[in-house]
Design a protein around this ligand. Sequence first.
Ligand code: CIR
Length: 259
Amino acid sequence: MKIAIARELSPSLPRCELTHVDREPIDMNAAQAQHQEYLAALQRLGCEVQVLPAEPDLPDSVFVEDTAIVLDELAVITRPGAASRRPETATIHATLAPYRPIETIESPGTLDGGDVLVIGKDLFVGLSSRSNAAAITQLDRLLAPHGYSVTGVELSDCLHLKSAVSLVAPALLLINPAWVDPDLFARWGQIEVDPREPFAANAVSVGGALIYPLGFEGTQARLDRAGLEVVTVDTTELQKAEGGVTCCSLIFESALSGS
Ligand code: CIR
């Protein structure tokens, strides 16, 4: 079965980290409703959704993707690049332990899960303001025995690698070529975002469909033309916290049910 780990929004979300966007007031009621809509979409697409309780003192804790990389063989607990986010990992470690052997990224490594794009046995890691070369070295050491290759990727103008490129089908990427070099991914098919929609490259592929943010009509038309099934969710309030759709869940297969 497919498990999706998520976490309730923190009431302190308005104090979230921001890097590339200006702070705007977040309507917490609307943000809650949007998050519920996202969780419902995960459920409709076949996930057993396990929602952790809110962490009142950890503003960005809804963005669980940044705290772990879950592969078939093991899970790696990250060491988030923003110091304010490091305490988020303790509960994720405990939550994932029944499902996978656990490894951890250690200082001086810093890594946000949003920087890790997994395509089969190839991992690409954004060298962002959050993730560094020391973490890539550690990931390589942990994952090479399981047959993975780990490659660092330069980025421009965005928070995480998966703001610039995400997997929309087993060998097909959605990419903003202004933020990451598409030649690095020449082995896979690519759909480019509509150039008027630079923030449109982040999609969650689950259950044969895509969870995709409402409002990127130009790019969505390209996804439709490629024959992809798209389920849109309104994430405008979460976008004010610089969150995309991948960042609110950790999705993986397991024979164990969480319930
Ligand atoms: C942060 O800056 O860490 C949060 N405000 C947003 C994190 C979004 N994470 C993601 O896209 N993987």
